[in-house]
Design a protein around this ligand. Structure first.
Ligand code: ZN
Length: 138
């Protein structure tokens, strides 16, 4: 990954073969970013998506191995127990032009990913016993 800082915005270019969540998280740790907004496009393969099953109070996960157009990556950056956390959702375009989407757990860059990060002051997440999720603490 390479990046450039333009004012309060970081522009990231991820390389083919990099795992997207791990790469973004280590970037946030190195740059000490604890709050922000993230947007991106590109191409991903070997993607693990999540769907939160409300009745089971857990994420159902599914892996998709083909290469997708990353049509939209949208999310926010916050801190969980003092460490940066990127909450990211994606829409992925298939070869038949259909679209799938969900909460992004992992994915490998198959061509490139172009990510923009707007930096805000730190935003905390705390465990919520009702939903069993780390929710924004505002
Ligand atoms: Zn989510």
């Amino acid at each position: 990954m390479t990046f450039k800082k333009l004012g309060n915005v970081y522009v990231l270019r991820l390389f083919k073969g990099e795992e997207i969540i791990g790469t973004i998280t280590s970037f946030l740790e190195k740059e000490n970013i604890g709050g922000g907004r993230i947007f991106g496009i590109g191409a991903l393969k070997d993607v693990v998506l999540g769907y939160f099953d409300v009745s089971k109070e857990e994420y159902l996960k599914k892996k998709f191995e083909e290469s997708f157009e990353l049509l939209n990556l949208a999310g926010n950056i916050s801190q969980v127990e003092g460490k940066p956390f990127a909450h990211i959702h994606v829409l992925l375009g298939k070869g038949d032009y259909g679209v799938i989407g969900g909460h992004l757990f992992e994915g490998i860059v198959s061509v490139t990913c172009e990510i923009f990060v707007d930096v805000y002051p730190p935003i905390k997440r705390e465990f919520d016993s009702d939903t069993k999720l780390n929710l924004l603490s505002l």
